[in-house]
Ligand binder design. Structure first.
Ligand code: KIV
Length: 267
């Protein structure tokens, strides 16, 4: 594992040497420290926190202060990985001025090194200004969960020719205005591969197949800590919900029966 700090420039180097980029989400100090220590390239403080941390049905209602709170916790634990903070719904759409101010808060208060913003062609004026003031941006196109009400739910995007053209044009424009990478969510793998091959900056896929330059998943999904639904693209590496239930049930039983604490666990 390379020891040097990962920056947005490292992302371009990864792509040039065809090294896949691995990213997971995290929302707290302890988890971020584990990811950083095992060599994860980047940690995304996703607005998915609204679902997996706060139990909301979607990502829409999380606010700036909550996102900064989680970003600070993750940044405090992270020495090497790139910390990317997700800009929440309505923190960047109302005006460019507000978008710059809110993006800047993630660097000033959250100690993140970059932000992620959902949207393609329609968001490029805003994203360009944010990058110009010195805040690196990861684009996010395809299924954009902050727009589920517009698109009627969590549906795969890029199936029609019109959508494919829009996504390809958006990706190229996002690269042109200076995004250091582009997240592709829930789009056909062939389209993701075409976009990947046409860009100099890396693509990060989630539900976009193996042709992307890197992959991101929500940590609760891979650990089996979010059982409400499991998208097709999630691979589960553990069943922690089961383990937590088992351990906590044993503790509950031990307290009730007087088996805890023992003599050795007492002063
Ligand atoms: O909020 C999030 O977790 C995301 C996913 C695409 C990883 O944006």
């Amino acid at each position: 594992m390379a020891e040097e700090k990962i920056t947005v420039k490292s992302f371009i180097k990864f792509k040039r040497r065809k090294e896949k980029i691995a990213i997971l989400t995290a929302y707290d100090f302890f988890t971020a420290r584990i990811l950083d220590q095992i060599g994860m390239d980047a940690i995304l403080v996703g607005d998915s926190a609204n679902m997996v941390f706060y139990g909301s049905p979607n990502t829409l209602s999380i606010g700036m202060d909550q996102m900064i709170y989680h970003t600070k916790a993750v940044s405090s634990a992270t020495k090497r990985a790139l910390v990317i903070a997700d800009m929440p719904f309505l923190s960047y759409q109302a005006s460019i001025q507000q978008a710059i101010f809110n993006a800047g808060r993630f660097l000033k208060e959250g100690q993140a090194s970059a932000v992620k913003i959902e949207g393609g062609l329609e968001m490029t004026d805003t994203i360009k200004r944010i990058i110009q003031v010195g805040i690196p941006v990861m684009g996010h196109i395809g299924l954009t969960p902050q727009s589920i009400n517009r698109f009627g739910g969590y549906v795969v995007r890029g199936k029609s020719e019109e959508e494919r053209d829009y996504l390809m044009e958006s990706a190229k424009k996002l690269e042109q205005i200076g995004c250091f990478s582009i997240l592709l969510e829930s789009i056909p793998k062939n389209l993701a591969q075409q976009i990947t091959e046409s860009l100099g900056v890396p693509t990060i896929g989630i539900g976009a197949g193996a042709g992307c330059d890197g992959q991101v998943l929500v940590i609760n999904d891979i650990l089996g800590l979010f059982e409400d639904f499991k998208p097709k693209f999630v691979r589960r590496y553990a069943d922690l919900e089961k383990e937590i239930r088992k351990a906590c049930k044993r503790y509950l039983e031990d307290v009730k029966s007087g088996k805890f604490p023992s003599e050795e666990e007492s002063y």
